[in-house]
Design a protein around this ligand. Structure first.
Ligand code: ZN
Ligand code: ZN
Length: 196
């Protein structure tokens, strides 16, 4: 490749940010996606977009557009659908984000109460069961000796605790360590057995 050719190809693969004017590779690593324009990249680089989003002006803009969206017909429809499909998302997400949970509880005590009131009986039962499973899981994690190999495939991988009987007993022999692949496979086979 000659020097000019090299320069040409480099030129076509880069993009100049309209804000900081840096020449950067025209990839999703450096630019956010924008579907409405042809090449699919925004005109400002990620760094500049982030900087804007974190600025006071950017935050205010986002707040305004979010509010507008929430109040629009399309926004209302989307939120409604989301709530219908994810009514079990809320408690689980908050379970995993205790710092947010506390904040949310303090700021919206009535919302939490209403949420559990509106929750279907079946969902409430599932949620309680989920909390119970989680407790047992943590207990087993503390009490079962660690191992390096997946119990089924014997490979050294990142391991997960998998329940064997499906009954979630508070018993370390009712659990084994599996890699993610074997865990999913085992659960799948177990599920079909149960249905039969
Ligand atoms: Zn930039
Ligand atoms: Zn495995």
């Amino acid at each position: 490749m000659t020097e000019t050719e090299n320069n040409e190809s480099q030129k076509s693969n880069t993009k100049i940010c309209t804000k900081c004017e840096k020449e950067l590779p025209a990839t999703f690593e450096y630019f956010y996606r924008k579907e409405s324009i042809k090449e699919g990249l925004r005109s400002q680089c990620k760094e500049c977009v982030k900087e804007y989003q974190q600025s006071k002006k950017g935050k205010e803009y986002k707040k305004k557009t979010n509010k507008k969206y929430r109040e629009s017909e399309k926004g209302k429809e989307t939120i409604k659908k989301w709530n219908e499909n994810n009514h079990d998302y809320f408690p689980q997400w908050h379970e995993n984000h205790p710092e947010w949970r506390e904040k949310y509880k303090q700021n919206h005590p009535h919302r939490i109460r209403d949420y559990f009131r509106k929750m279907k009986k079946d969902d409430l039962r599932k949620y309680k069961q989920y909390l119970e499973y989680k407790k047992i899981h943590e207990w087993v994690k503390r009490n079962k000796p660690k191992q390096e190999y997946c119990t089924i495939c014997n490979e050294i991988k990142e391991l997960e605790l998998s329940n064997i009987s499906g009954e979630y007993k508070r018993d370390i022999t009712d659990f084994w360590y599996l890699c993610n692949h074997c865990h999913r496979l085992f659960d799948k086979i177990n599920q079909t057995h149960k249905k039969q």
